[in-house]
Ligand binder design. Structure first.
Ligand code: ADP
Length: 406
């Protein structure tokens, strides 16, 4: 069974085609960049043959990028479009819907209903999914919602202290995101430690990031909320902040609500704190090393936010067996890991500086004698989505077969 997993950004498309009958072997991988710009870029690789393509292209919308992807798949590693059993998406947010779902019109409308709280994620996904519907009308489209991993949060972790009737009426609560990565980190750590009765603090730190507290395999708290604009700060989006900053800016500082919203979701986080130097931590670390005070403070503020949540989640879990870092920053920034864990020997977390400096995916970075483990993991969100899509397809086929024989 071949499953195509597509990751959609507002100007990008990334894909991997898995052969699920060969241990999720990757048949092809590629993507499109700068979709919507004057000149776009397309790349495609077939790991079995080593064939690869990189070229300039014209992708005014995701539709042309999807068509290029399908062109390269057919006649490459598959013969016809029918060799794709389904397309899976790591979809973000929908009102009243979570888990793994066939992307029916009802589900798409539920996603649309939360466009305003996931403005960077839901609209591009919706538009790309509609293009897939047009280009692959007979192929099932399946979404694995990022919120699903957090479905068992207890009320004390998901309630916001506003009038409860408002929360009920408008479905306002903490949902949590990055579920595919957080689930992968959980399963990876359970396997590495040979146990499932673990108290884990997971740090998925990418351009967008969140932490989660996981007890015995179940997420009991997480840093993201109704939307993706809270918790630890993001590359260009706000993290935790007193909501009254918004009223102050609107009522006293002459900004309109749309201006404030744009500022919070595109000009804040690392980008905002660094004074606009970059939204990429690599650039900010370099500028900090060169003496830029704002960049130095941006890195420190970011790591301090992570440290505070590690402390809070150790309390919530009643101790910690492992802290696990994943995502582009969690995997690659020794500086962020060391700042975030500095002084946490009191919680049983002792980082080995040499292992930290030479970290590779799958390594235990804890010092000899550290009571708790510190792992860095190459997360694999696409694999999680492919496994879930496959399970849903098999369940559905099974149910249809049983229905047939009744
Ligand atoms: P996304 O959330 O967009 O999927 P990734 O998980 O790929 O992001 O992480 C991207 C981020 O990882 C970049 O914005 C960059 O800041 C950070 N990053 C990647 N490599 C390094 C590195 N060597 N050192 C510090 N940060 C890095």
């Amino acid at each position: 069974m071949n499953i195509l997993i597509c990751n959609v950004g507002s100007t990008s498309l990334k894909y991997q085609l898995f052969d699920m009958d060969r241990d999720a072997h990757v048949l092809a991988a590629g993507g499109a960049e700068r979709v919507g710009a004057e000149r776009s870029r397309f790349y495609h690789k077939n790991p079995d043959t080593g064939d690869s393509v990189q070229m300039d292209a014209s992708f005014p919308t995701h539709r042309e990028a999807i068509a290029a992807m399908l062109d390269h798949l057919v006649g490459g590693c598959i013969e016809t479009l029918e060799d794709i059993a389904c397309v899976g998406f790591k979809v973000v947010h929908a009102k009243g819907v979570t888990g793994v779902q066939f992307l029916t019109e009802d589900v798409l409308q539920a996603m649309e209903a939360f466009n305003s709280v996931a403005p960077a994620h839901n609209p591009p996904y919706l538009s790309a999914i509609r293009q897939f519907q047009a280009l692959l009308p007979h192929t099932p489209l399946i979404g694995a919602f990022e919120t699903a991993f957090h479905a068992q949060l207890p009320p004390e972790a998901y309630l916001y202290p506003i009038p409860i009737e408002l929360s009920r009426k408008y479905a306002i609560r903490r949902y949590g995101f990055h579920g595919a990565s957080l689930e992968y980190l959980t399963r990876w750590t359970e396997k590495a430690m040979g146990r499932t009765d673990l108290r884990l603090i997971l740090c998925h730190l990418g351009g967008s990031g969140s932490l989660a507290a996981v007890k015995h395999g179940v997420c009991i708290d997480t840093t993201m909320g109704l939307g993706l604009q809270c918790g630890v700060l993001q590359n260009n989006r706000i993290g935790d902040m007193d909501p009254y900053v918004i009223f102050y800016l609107a009522e006293e500082c002459g900004m309109t609500l749309p201006e404030i919203k744009t500022m919070l979701q595109t000009k804040s986080g690392l980008y905002g704190l660094s004074g606009g130097v970059s939204n990429d931590l690599r650039d900010i670390q370099l500028a900090a090393e060169a003496g830029n005070e704002d960049c130095r403070n941006a890195v420190k503020t970011y790591a301090y936010g992570i440290k505070k949540y590690i402390g809070a989640y150790t309390a919530a879990l009643g101790g910690v067996d492992a802290v696990v870092f994943g995502g582009g920053i969690g995997r690659n920034s020794a500086l962020v890991r060391s700042l975030a864990l500095e002084g946490l020997a009191c919680l049983g977390l002792q980082l080995d500086p040499e292992k930290n400096a030479a970290a590779k995916g799958g390594m235990d970075l804890s010092a000899t004698g550290s009571p708790a483990r510190i792992y860095v993991v190459d997360t694999n969100e696409e694999l999680m989505v492919a496994q879930k899509a496959r399970a849903l397809l098999l369940r559905t086929r099974d149910a249809a077969r049983k229905g047939d024989t009744l």
